[in-house]
Design a protein around this ligand. Structure first.
Ligand code: ATP
Length: 450
């Protein structure tokens, strides 16, 4: 369905996914705080990326480099000189715009005339140490990639990896963006998940195609509808100063097709620049061929916040339900902030001990939430709205037959299972097993019999 951004923003605020930064002071634009559910969603995205890109691969290692780096890094990388966007200011309302967000030299807000574009560096500057002088200027990193390049030799020396191999990193980045908006799509502080994959120069093309495919499949595996993804190749004028070839994986966001992740062939630009500026040898010795050369690098660079927005947009759904509308987030179970809700049918005191016992055993294995406020129907809706894939209900029958009901978010189907089999069943269901109720109209789930 076509998702209305305002509705999504309001759900995120109402249910505790995402809040405006410094809201009680009027807010700080393009900075966002992740609330109790948002932080779980974001952690899950990062966790799945780390699992799939690092832990389950033999050709990848991780890194966590510091946000603050030597100023020379940004001079060598070309960021001091070239990490800029063209800025135009409206002569009437004084709003500032990134030139590519404007048309015909007119202000998109009031139609006023715009100034000529001037280049504006997007790096946040600060001072290192107690003296605020030019020599003490350093930057908050605008990408995590440079931390990887300057550690290339350290990793080669210690991780015993042969080419091709990659170094992956998740961390905060900061960009003093000119035009912001569209919720968490463009923030001034955000998180990145970046891979620098080092290859022999003559294999760069193959590896580029491989990563293009691999990264699209990752989003699809985690629930993004294939139809909502497309590739966009950068033309000459769009290419960053370091890139030989670059594709964006675009997603169909509510405001239209926009970049979700960038995949660039950076050649040997970065290693060569750092070798030149630092005077250190950053070439690679290939023990198989006996050759020494500068590796090329393929960079899949993704934003955690943009991925979170794409997953939320793709999962958002509304469907008629009697006289109401059921709002739900069809999030992939691996991403859902809460996996299982434990719901006693009512607050009746005879139900509570069993419900608490069930909750205690479920929460050992899954992120779970116990909810006994209001009617069971309303509690199901609340869980649907935050994307909880499964709810376990304890009713009066449960006290007699030691069975509970599992209700699925998407189909609203229910099955009944013995408490003794509950965690195993939940685990199977969360991993996508299609389990059915066996005897027609029966109360028993016989999945584990026979
Ligand atoms: P854009 O053209 O949208 O400014 P970019 O091409 O400058 O993006 P890259 O430098 O390729 O972006 O960054 C890699 C990824 O980091 C992007 O695909 C996006 O997911 C994320 N990203 C970049 N800038 C921001 C931002 N200001 N807020 C949130 N995520 C961002």
């Amino acid at each position: 369905m076509k998702v209305d951004m305002d509705k999504l923003v309001s759900l995120c605020k109402r249910r505790g996914f995402i809040f405006q930064s410094s809201e009680i002071y009027g807010g700080l634009s393009a900075c966002w705080d992740y609330g109790p559910l948002g932080v779980e969603l974001k952690r899950n995205i990062k966790e799945m990326w780390w699992r799939d890109m690092v832990r389950e691969r033999d050709d990848m290692v991780g890194l966590d480099s510091s946000v603050l780096m030597h100023r020379a890094v940004w001079s060598a990388s070309g960021h001091e000189e070239g990490f800029s966007d063209p800025l135009m200011e409206c002569k009437a309302c004084h709003r500032r715009w990134r030139a590519d967000d404007t048309k015909d030299g007119r202000c998109p807000d009031c139609g006023g005339e715009l100034t000529e574009p001037r280049m504006f560096n997007l790096m946040f500057k600060t001072f290192f140490g107690p003296v605020e002088e030019d020599a003490a200027v350093i930057y908050l990193r605008p990408e995590t990639a440079q931390g990887i390049f300057v550690n290339f030799a350290n990793v080669v020396d210690t991780a015993r990896k042969k080419l091709p191999f990659g170094i992956a990193q998740i961390g905060k980045a900061f960009r003093n963006e000119i035009t912001t908006g569209n919720f968490i799509f463009r923030c001034r502080e955000f998180e990145m998940m970046e891979i620098e994959f080092f290859v022999k120069p003559d294999t760069a093309g193959e590896w580029f195609s491989y990563w293009l495919e691999e990264r699209q499949n990752w989003y699809i595996k985690l629930g993004i509808n294939k139809e909502n993804l497309r590739l966009h190749q950068h033309g000459e004028e769009e290419l960053a100063h370091y890139a030989r070839v670059c594709y964006d994986i675009d997603y169909l966001f509510p405001m239209g097709w926009s970049e979700l992740e960038g995949i660039a062939d950076r050649g040997d630009f970065d290693l060569a620049q750092h070798a030149k500026h630092s005077g250190k040898d950053l070439s690679y010795f290939d023990p198989d061929s006996g050759e020494r050369f500068m590796p090329y690098v393929i960079e899949p660079s993704a934003g955690v916040d943009r991925a979170a927005l794409a997953f939320l947009v793709d999962a958002y759904d509304e469907e008629p339900d009697k006289n109401e509308i059921r709002v739900l987030l069809r999030l992939h179970p691996d991403l859902a902030p809460v996996k299982v809700a434990v719901l006693p049918l009512s607050r009746n005191e005879t139900l509570v001990p069993m419900a608490k016992d069930v909750y205690a055993s479920v929460r050992k294995c899954f992120t779970a939430q116990y909810d006994d406020a209001q009617s069971i129907g309303r509690r199901y809706r609340r869980q649907d709205e935050i994307g909880t894939p499964l709810a376990v209900t304890i009713d009066f029958q449960s006290l007699e037959d030691s069975q509970v009901t599992i209700r699925e978010r998407d189909s609203m189907k229910q099955i009944r299972v013995p408490v003794a089999e509950l965690t195993r069943t939940l685990e199977l269901k969360l991993s996508g097993e299609p389990l059915e109720v066996l005897p027609p109209g029966g109360k028993y789930w016989l999945g584990f019999e026979g």
